[in-house]
Design a protein. Sequence first.
Length: 327
Amino acid sequence: MFELFDQGTEILQSALRSSYLDAMLENAENVIDGRVAVEDGVPDKETVAKLEKLYKKMAFKDADAETIRQVLQLSFLKVMRKDAIQANHQMTPDTIGFLMAFLIEKISKLNRPSTIFDPAVGTGNLLTTVINQLQKASAEPIHGYGIDNDPAMLEVASASVALQGLNVDLFYQDAINALDIPECDLAVADLPIGYYPLDQNTKNYRTRAQEGHSYVHHLLIEQALNYLRPGGFGVFLVPSNLFQTKEAQPFIQWMHSVSYLQGLINLPAELFANQNAQKAILLLQRHGGDSKQAAKVLLGEFPSFKKPQEFSSFMQEIDQWVQTNLN
């Protein structure tokens, strides 16, 4: 399916003389609409006929959401290579997305309709990975919300959500400002790292820096907790040294005042070329509801993916931890 979809993108890039990203989005729109869009005679009739033939072979309508997500993920990986996309437009890799989805599935009560949001949704790859995994484990519907201030990335997310047939509302805005979403059961995010430049927007944030710019990942975690229902979980991809920076103390004080730190698990060091860039999965539960502090916080590091027995054993330990501490 990817090869067929990619052929369509290549044909459109040549016909439209556009970037690979714009051609991919046009290709996706054609598949969603079920027809080839023509404007001012472009693409020409011969190209339209080629594309229509390809679209019949693709059979997107017969594919499940997860297959379509993977097709679009591969397409965006090619966009990144062909268009030299900047670093903050990188996608959350499946390796990490599946681990986060696994954790969320274990801690979630999936016996009723659920809501989940991502305040830094980007291309939507992480959010839709999690929704698809949760949907496999539950017959109850899941409603997603995604927020991002990059229109190009939201266009990719919009095409992805439409092609997968998922119930996700997307919002083009700065997630540090007030959000137009309800309280949700779950929050998930691969957080951007660095400083947030608009100091005037952070006045009501308890995690803001006393001097200079604030860390955007601190602010987004605080914002995510604001929109979680009591007892709801936030699962975030964060720097492994989250609690070791000079700005950590006020962040930790705020965190303990509104949530329970239930887990912090480092990802395998082999995933990162630079040890200082190592990431971890942070598991927070908002105070209230039936929440309580786990007797034992889930700490550790995922074993190497090259050691399947150790990895499997670690996953079983997580299962046991959930049973003992959360259920």
